[in-house]
Design a protein around this ligand. Sequence first.
Ligand SMILES: Cc1cc2nc3c(=O)[nH]c(=O)nc-3n(C[C@H](O)[C@H](O)[C@H](O)COP(=O)(O)OP(=O)(O)OC[C@H]3O[C@@H](n4cnc5c(N)ncnc54)[C@H](O)[C@@H]3O)c2cc1C
Length: 367
Amino acid sequence: MSDLIIIGAGIAGATVAHAAKEAGLKVTVLERDSICSGGSHAAGAFLSPKISKPSPYKTLLNRALAYSLAFYEKNFPDLLHKSGLWKLPLDTEDTKRLQSYEPYIDITWERKGDGYFFPNAGIVDPHKVCEALLAGVTLHEKSNVVSLHRDEAAWIACDDRGRSHRARYLVLATGSAPDLIPLPCLRRKNIGGYRYDVCFDGQEKITCNIHKDYSISTFLQKEHKTIVGATHIREKIDLENAAREDRYRLIERASETVPMPDVQILKSYTGYRNFSFDYFPILGPAVDARSTLEAFPAIQKGARVPPERYCYYPDLYLHTALGSRGFVFAPWLATMLIEAIIHKKAIDTPLLPATRFRKWAQKRQKL
Ligand SMILES: Cc1cc2nc3c(=O)[nH]c(=O)nc-3n(C[C@H](O)[C@H](O)[C@H](O)COP(=O)(O)OP(=O)(O)OC[C@H]3O[C@@H](n4cnc5c(N)ncnc54)[C@H](O)[C@@H]3O)c2cc1C
């Protein structure tokens, strides 16, 4: 029997597996498809800063960025590409807005044309990073978990082939897939996207990664490829079709910044980003909303019950809703999660499911 089962082998699951293995836990990862096949499959995966007014989200993101850059550099230096990122404004309004944020930029930068150059920003290879993180971990691919049960000592995860796995701890890192347990207080939204590997004449002349409302990356130059990404699609459409037709004119828009003569699309990638409604990732013990409301119905009328008295699914944790910055957030949050599981260290309050539960419970009329 393992100590920990992780469901999902995207960047969230893979980073938790790595942190748990480093901490000496015996880990099993169950993945319904293959390594890095959900949203992580479609990611660029840029490690870039947020430029905005000070806000709790910006502070969290830029702390995560510093952590993840150091993490990839230490553990997987060959998979991290740091040729810097040139952020370009969208238009004159955006130029003014970005200028007003200059005093708050908290990562090394310099001016480049009408944009901002971040020499330390980077990009990683999503597939190779997930594979490297999962090295030495027991992994079952094509294992679609369809039910979860709990006995007095352990969780039992059953997949659609009738196989079952037991462990004391369970982490759900299932990205945009439907929840395997009821989590009514953690409603999320999915935003689709596609990106391409392309080749075109003169692509070797691009010297750094470029970010506007699309990105162009030199990461695969040695393989004579350029990465162009990514669209943000809120409508419910067939992403594969949209990518096939380039319905959102990604190549045309990117060509306005970097001309792409004789461009050929070599490969397209599609996937969904999963967002919480407050945009913060979701990390930590999962609240059993129904049992908590039964125990403390007055919460709905505004009564303050300390979160430690809520009812939780025993030993069940979430690592999800990484939005459009999964490769930035995941390493830091995974470390935080494993320290919370093993050493009972605190998780940052805005990330906790319990924080969302209280707000949700106060808004609702009845379960
Ligand atoms: C087009 C696009 C571009 C992006 N670009 C960037 C970028 O440049 N930088 C960046 O940091 N982020 C980027 N992102 C966001 C990033 O990809 C996500 O934040 C991240 O991949 C989420 O990782 P995850 O592990 O939470 O989810 P996923 O990668 O979706 O992984 C979840 C895994 O769980 C598995 N699973 C689900 N249910 C079950 C089940 N019942 N049983 C077994 N397995 C299950 C799925 O098959 C999947 O493999 C981009 C996303 C998209 C769509």
